[in-house]
Design a protein around this ligand. Structure first.
Ligand SMILES: Nc1nc2c(ncn2[C@@H]2O[C@H](COP(=O)(O)OP(=O)(O)OP(=O)(O)O)[C@@H](O)[C@H]2O)c(=O)[nH]1
Ligand SMILES: Nc1nc2c(ncn2[C@@H]2O[C@H](COP(=O)(O)OP(=O)(O)OP(=O)(O)O)[C@@H](O)[C@H]2O)c(=O)[nH]1
Ligand SMILES: [Mg+2]
Ligand SMILES: [Mg+2]
Lengths: 277, 294
């Protein structure tokens, strides 16, 4: 039989592989391993099962600390959806619109991605599927002008929730980040405390770059919520652990497919169990 | 950066006298952490470190006057070798027309945009007459997206109907290209999960129907650990001929490039470096190596 020391090293290596492979990242992994090693050395953990439970505990601690749901305490409640290219913003908006409509809310969408080919038509299709109104202008129009119109319309039409779709952009592109800051200022001209939620959409397949993305979008806009998409794939999305720990931003929803109903509220316990299985 | 980390690691060792296997292990650990922070896959990093270890011990780094620089040199050489330094990674063009290319990959990786970019690139640099073929009948406005890209570039786009089967679209598009004397067909497929049996079968059926000269796996440069499993599955099902790495205009370290290359052995042919239709470049191994190593 292996001596206790070898068993520990073997377990630690397995843990390291499990955590790194889930995209939890080096920094958070080293921090968690350190805590586990402390408990092993105090002989408080005797087998892999106990170690995993301890790990579950620590992960849950991080995720629960910042866990909070969206509260629609403003009318119209304005949500601005942002993120890098291709993460699933437009699709997520379709899902959210449907979810909110089904819960009895009057929803309005704004097609403020006036740049990418067929972006407006893509969101229009989702509006049609959820049977919801959409504010749009011509391709190439000023995105802030669309946002402005949409907020005005939301007020005039007594809308409960307005969701604004923006073009994907890399967080490193200063002028594109400025465009989003301008949109936020323009929204504030109409409703001073809007947008009430700045929702950053992250892709579960993304590695450590998600930290840089969150940092830059947060610095530019004060991100108030995160959606992690594509968790129906094989990526574990462990990056949310580092992101929520570092920036204190709540994970609101997860995307689990391409259909309109494929959205769930973030459940920390289920998420941690999925990582550790 | 890697050189800063190694310098400081070696400075700690210097005080303790001669280099030995134990401190080589410490150095190797530093290198492994750099790779993991750059999103290189856990297992790929482990294998890579073993190559570096063998070379380090074999080349008597232990006796070197500048061990830190020696290590960096070994790491860079090993990585460039794996990345395909010296290998032919050109697109297949010398075929009886039309050359048929198929773009595949996960959702949102940049396939549709890349189809436009490749068409533009080959028309500009190799005088090709491309046909863009929208074979994504699932995503809302996907066909329109490629149609608009074609219009922007003044490049022909096959008039796909979203009620059609992607396999039929692909087949008919080849006849269409021949009729119109277009010598390059770019088939844009829907994003899909590598674990979606039905949709992976669809790709196999498209391949069987039109026998592409290039099957390009389009991967997002910011992909994390799962890059290996995704690439492995697409490769084992389709025998991809090349890789396109997109969104390299960001600040992702791009470790996925090493992972994908290591697991498939297939060449990285092109890189996407922006949202505009001329933002595409040929892949150079040495550039991605310095990026991964920070
Ligand atoms: N499997 C899966 N696919 C998703 C999910 N969310 C979005 N997608 C897919 O991801 C792709 C990109 O989605 P979009 O909604 O266009 O992403 P976007 O962020 O709006 O993209 P840009 O506007 O171009 O930046 C589409 O193929 C979607 O169907 C998800 O939760 N699971
Ligand atoms: N910055 C940057 N954005 C890119 C690059 N390539 C593609 N994009 C953007 O990434 C987003 C997704 O691109 P698409 O071409 O729609 O991706 P796709 O793979 O066809 O998506 P699906 O068909 O839904 O799977 C769009 O916003 C593109 O403009 C690139 O090299 N750099
Ligand atoms: Mg979008
Ligand atoms: Mg596409």
């Amino acid at each position: 039989l292996l001596g206790k020391k070898e068993l520990d090293e073997d377990v630690i290596e397995q843990l390291e592989e499990l955590l790194i492979s889930s995209d939890i990242g080096v920094k958070t992994t080293l921090y968690l391993i350190e805590k586990i090693e402390e408990r092993i050395s105090r002989a408080k953990l005797d087998d892999v099962k106990e170690v995993k439970n301890a790990l579950k505990e620590y992960l849950l601690e991080i995720l629960m600390k910042n866990h909070s749901e969206l509260i629609f305490n403003r009318k119209p409640f304005v949500i601005m959806v942002v993120g890098v290219n291709g993460t699933g913003k437009t699709t997520t908006i379709g899902k959210l619109a449907n979810k909110y409509k089904n819960s009895g809310k009057k929803v309005l969408l704004a097609a403020a991605d006036t740049f990418r080919a067929a972006a407006i038509e893509q969101l229009e299709e989702w509006a049609k599927r959820a049977n919801i109104d959409i504010i749009k202008q011509k391709e190439g129009a000023d995105p802030s002008a669309v946002a402005f119109d949409a907020v005005k319309a939301a007020q005039a039409r007594d809308v409960d929730v307005l969701i604004i779709d923006t073009a994907g952009r890399l967080h490193t592109k200063v002028n594109l980040m400025e465009e989003l800051k301008k949109m936020k200022r323009v929204i504030k001209k109409v409703i001073p405390d809007a947008p009430h939620e700045v929702l950053l959409v992250l892709d579960a397949n993304t590695g450590q770059n998600a930290i840089s993305q969150t940092k830059m979008f947060n610095e530019a806009l004060d991100v108030t919520g995160i959606v992690m998409t594509k968790l129906d794939g094989t990526a574990k999305g462990g990056i949310v652990v580092a992101v929520t720990n570092e920036f204190g931003i709540p994970i609101r929803y997860i995307g689990v497919g391409e259909k309109i109903e494929d959205l769930r509220e973030f459940n920390p316990k289920e998420f941690v169990e999925a990582i550790l299985e | 950066s890697l050189s800063e980390k190694l310098d400081s690691a070696f400075n700690k060792i210097r005080g303790k006298g001669v280099l030995n296997e134990k401190n080589i292990q410490d150095i190797l650990r530093e290198i492994r952490l750099v790779l993991l922070e750059a999103d290189v896959n856990y297992k790929v990093a482990k294998t890579f470190i073993n190559y570096v270890k063998e070379r380090a011990l074999g080349e008597e780094v232990l006796k070197s006057l500048t061990p830190s620089q020696q290590f960096i040199k070994i790491v860079k050489e090993e990585m460039e070798r794996i990345m395909g330094g010296g290998e032919d990674n050109s697109l297949k063009l010398e075929v009886a027309p039309p050359a048929i290319y198929m773009l595949v990959g996960l959702q949102g990786s940049g396939k549709t945009t890349t189809a436009g970019k490749i068409a533009n690139f080959l028309r500009k640099n190799f005088k090709r007459n491309p046909l863009l073929v929208p074979a994504d009948v699932y995503r809302p406005a996907a066909i329109l997206q490629l149609k608009k890209i074609g219009a922007q570039l003044n490049i022909d786009c096959y008039p796909s109907d979203e009620k059609e089967n992607p396999v039929d679209i692909a087949k008919k598009s080849i006849d269409y290209a021949k009729q119109k004397n277009l010598d390059l067909v770019l088939i844009d497929t829907a994003g899909r999960l590598h674990i979606d049996e039905e949709l992976m079968k669809e790709l196999e059926n498209i391949k069987l129907a039109v026998n592409p000269h290039e099957i390009l796996f389009v991967a997002d440069a910011m992909t994390g650990q799962e890059a290996v499993n995704v690439a492995k599955e697409f490769d084992s099902r389709l025998d991809i001929t090349g890789i396109v790495l997109t969104k390299l205009d960001g600040d992702a370290r791009g470790g996925a490039a090493l992972s994908i290359r290591a697991i498939t052995g297939k060449p990285i042919k092109l890189v996407g470096v922006g949202e505009k239709l001329n933002d595409i470049e040929i892949f150079y191994p040495d550039r991605i190596v310095s990026r991964i190593l920070g």
